[in-house]
Design a protein around this ligand. Structure first.
Ligand code: SF4
Ligand code: SF4
Length: 439
């Protein structure tokens, strides 16, 4: 793989394409308040979300590969190993939960979002993909609480679990795992909705080419469309479980739970320094969603893929984040040892720069897959793609320039601290009476 890395990224736009991207970005900036008003208006937003659309699987530039990940994952060398999954302190986790249960971000920070989103260039891809996401979401909500019509089929848990994963693969879900339901990961707004003590975690790989064009209108459209694709498949998987006689309740893409801890617990990946789930096959180039069920499924175990060790030697996202929002060290927070992102710096940039996600784009695990990253590490002791434009280069829509390794755009304070932006990332409880941003 190392020989295939080109000195200039094949995804680098020509100067003319970058000028066009910048123009598109300026138009999105100018129209953001109107697009926000349309999307939030029940009549216009409703009309847009119900408009007919071509299925995402028919659109090459957006669609997920929709194939199950089956290639074996190589074992990491000893020096990259740390712990299976992530370091947890269960007592501290429980105490944090009892003192301050988690809340839905859209309710906890509704005030911030109401001031920020009318300036957000990500409104443009949200509006253009509204039907592609909202139609599957509405369909999922209608089918969320259907009860099984037959008694459970008597099958050994191991066999039932294998059948479930086979079904998920047939549906085109990239990876599927099972974890025990944990009330600590349910947002306080949705307590009581789970229908059993098992959580089925499903991962959908996101379009490769669109992701390498981050940040852009197209990459955001691909991310949102992938959620819609996954919701459709989750509904089918829930139907399959009901046909076996079990209850199954899929959650929408605006999840009712923290999904990443479940994915880590089920051995589907480990947490990267960028705060995202790194899967061995596609890094964080994927979308995650869950369903709860009372089916007696076998539970998967967390795995040490060596990803913490890779992150410690890589640190590319730490260096490439335009606003320095990613720390280079992990520390304990709520009983979990992880890198805690500076969301106060990330959030305003993210919404005003077509979703930013430079930390996803420049991650070698996302770009090349863990197998190639490990092979290069064992061969040369180096992180594959580090210091190359192929991996680290990106076109920045806010100024139409390309930034190679060692270069970063200047982000003015008007972007990181927009007028009336008041965001308290340490807030644990929504202000009294504050409704969800989405209601
Ligand atoms: S989304 Fe952008 S601003 Fe936020 S952490 Fe990633 S690179 Fe940094
Ligand atoms: S870019 Fe490097 S440090 Fe960041 S999440 Fe990916 S592997 Fe880890």
């Amino acid at each position: 793989m190392a020989d295939k890395i080109t000195s200039a990224s094949p995804y680098r736009r020509s100067p003319r394409q970058r000028r066009l991207q910048r123009l598109g970005h300026r138009i999105a900036e100018r129209l953001a308040p109107q697009l926000f008003a349309i999307a939030m208006n029940p009549r216009w937003g409703g009309l847009l979300s119900r408009r007919p659309y071509l299925p995402t699987r028919a659109i090459r530039r957006l669609r997920s590969p929709a194939r199950a990940w089956t290639e074996p994952v190589p074992a990491p060398p000893e020096e990259l190993r740390t712990v299976p999954g992530i370091r947890l302190d269960p007592k501290a986790q429980q105490l944090a939960f009892e003192q301050a249960p988690l809340h839905d971000f859209f309710r906890l920070h509704a005030d911030t979002l109401r001031t920020l989103m009318p300036k957000a260039t990500i409104m443009a891809p949200h509006v253009t993909t509204l039907a592609r996401v909202e139609t599957p979401t509405e369909n999922l909500k209608e089918r969320q609480d259907i009860e099984p019509t037959r008694p459970p089929v008597l099958v050994a848990p191991t066999k039932l679990t294998a059948q479930l994963k086979k079904k998920a693969a047939e549906l085109g879900i990239s990876a599927c795992g099972v974890a025990v339901h944990d009330p600590k990961y349910t947002f306080a707004e949705y307590v009581g909705n789970a229908v059993g003590d098992r959580v089925v975690i499903c991962i959908q790989e996101q379009n490769f080419d669109a992701t390498q064009r981050i940040p852009s209108h197209r990459s955001e459209e691909a991310a949102l469309s992938t959620y819609g694709e996954l919701e459709d498949r989750l509904v089918s998987l829930a139907e399959w479980l009901r046909a076996q006689g079990y209850r199954a309740r899929p959650e929408t893409y605006l999840s009712e739970s923290m999904v990443i801890p479940y994915a880590v617990a089920a051995g589907l990946g480990q947490l990267g320094l960028n705060g995202q789930l790194l899967t061995p096959y596609a890094g964080s180039r994927c979308r995650i969603n869950i369903l709860t069920t009372d089916a007696p499924l076998d539970v998967d175990e967390p795995v040490d893929y060596g990803l913490e060790g890779v992150c410690d030697r890589c640190q590319i996202c730490v260096r490439r984040c335009p606003v320095g929002a990613i720390p280079n060290r992990r520390k304990e927070s709520r009983g979990v040892t992880k890198a805690k992102l500076n969301t106060k710096r990330c959030l305003p940039l993210m919404v005003q720069s077509s979703g930013c996600s430079i930390c996803m784009k420049t991650c070698p695990v996302q770009r090349y897959g863990l197998a190639d990253v490990l092979a290069e590490y064992e061969r040369s002791g180096r992180i594959l793609g580090k210091d190359t434009d192929d991996l680290e280069g990106f076109d920045w829509p806010m100024d139409g320039r390309h930034y190679g390794p060692g270069e970063k755009p200047h982000i003015p304070e008007s972007v990181t601290q927009p007028p009336s932006f008041a965001f308290d990332p340490d807030r644990t409880t929504p202000p009294e009476g504050q409704s969800s941003f989405l209601s």
